[in-house]
Design a protein around this ligand. Structure first.
Ligand SMILES: C[S@@+](CC[C@H](N)C(=O)[O-])C[C@H]1O[C@@H](n2cnc3c(N)ncnc32)[C@H](O)[C@@H]1O
Ligand SMILES: [Zn+2]
Length: 284
């Protein structure tokens, strides 16, 4: 399994897999949840304003991904993943073994097997939603799934990860730099300014367009990463009633009943899906 480190305060020792769970040399122990994930969260790490996505949002995203709505997006990301994995295998300074992959804010786990199938033993998905890691562990049981807070210290050793991805999730820039190997790759996806614009225009009367990717490039640049590439992924899709409801629920736009009711009479709609994809290397 993916090597993790102990999250008991000031311990940070390597966790070893035993019959009864994960244990560090100082006697700290973590059981595996019956659904197959590891809860490494400590009471102090729960002090987050949110506990990850709500169950409603996680389940909506699960249905959305099960319908194959991110299939083309996955295809766009795949060449970068192949490049990151090939680069780590050819890096002679690396400890031998399969490339180690971290998926931060992995959600219900569909991207893991789609992008990194074949690397289950060296893949780790982290999320703060119990519902999400449960679904993820059910879907790809051979991978390592961890309930932890990405806004706190990650349960991962320094310079041990070859490829980190954050797809529409948290981006703790300095923690990512700490855990990435030198020359390790980081792949980021964020909604592009016209993502779901038709739905937003309909629910909010005027869809607000906001591009985030340039800010992320400067943020990562200041933290010493090398910016390698940007690509805009865009697709138009006909969404039926259920898909519209899920799109709203997974992006929190269903929260306001007044907004949702504006779409009640709509049974089908052509909608733009768009994401800015960024590739970085950790150089310093
Ligand atoms: C928009 S979803 C994306 C999930 C997945 N990457 C995907 O594209 O399907 C964002 C995810 O980040 C998780 N999340 C939010 N805050 C978090 C935190 N502090 N630590 C870890 N995960 C967090 C949520 O629970 C949710 O699953
Ligand atoms: Zn320990």
């Amino acid at each position: 399994m993916f090597q993790l480190r102990c999250t008991v305060r000031n311990c940070q020792a390597t966790l070893k897999l035993h019959e009864k769970g994960l244990t560090c040399p100082h006697g700290h122990h973590f059981d595996r949840a019956k659904e197959g994930y590891w809860s490494l969260i400590q009471p102090q790490d729960r002090k987050s304003t949110k506990a990850g996505d709500t169950d409603t949002a996680v389940l909506a995203r699960h249905r959305w991904l099960q319908r194959g709505n991110a299939h083309e997006l996955m295809k766009s990301l795949k060449p970068w993943v192949t490049q990151a994995l090939a680069c780590s295998l050819s890096n002679s300074t690396s400890v031998p073994g399969p490339p180690r992959i971290l998926d931060l804010g992995c959600g219900e786990g569909s991207f893991g097997p789609a992008l990194f199938g074949g690397y289950a033993k060296s893949y780790c998905g982290i999320d703060l939603s119990k519902r999400a890691v449960r679904l993820a562990a059910r879907g790809w049981p051979d991978a390592t799934w961890v309930l932890a807070n990405a806004d706190r210290t990650l349960p991962i050793h320094n310079e041990s990860v070859d490829c980190a991805v954050s797809l529409f999730g948290r981006r703790p820039v300095s923690e990512l730099a700490r855990i990435l190997k030198r020359n390790g790759k980081c792949i980021i996806a964020v909604p592009a300014e016209d993502d779901l614009i038709e739905l937003r225009e309909k629910t909010q009367n005027a869809g607000h367009r906001r591009s985030r990717w340039q800010t992320i490039v400067s943020e990562f640049g200041s933290a010493g990463y090398q910016f390698l590439e940007h690509q805009l992924w865009r697709q138009q899709m006909n969404l039926d009633r259920e898909a519209i409801t899920d799109a709203l629920a997974m992006t929190y736009r269903a929260a306001r009943y007044s907004q949702q009711s504006k779409l009640e009479s709509v049974s089908e709609m052509k909608v733009t899906l768009a994401a800015d994809l960024l590739l970085f290397a950790r150089t310093t």
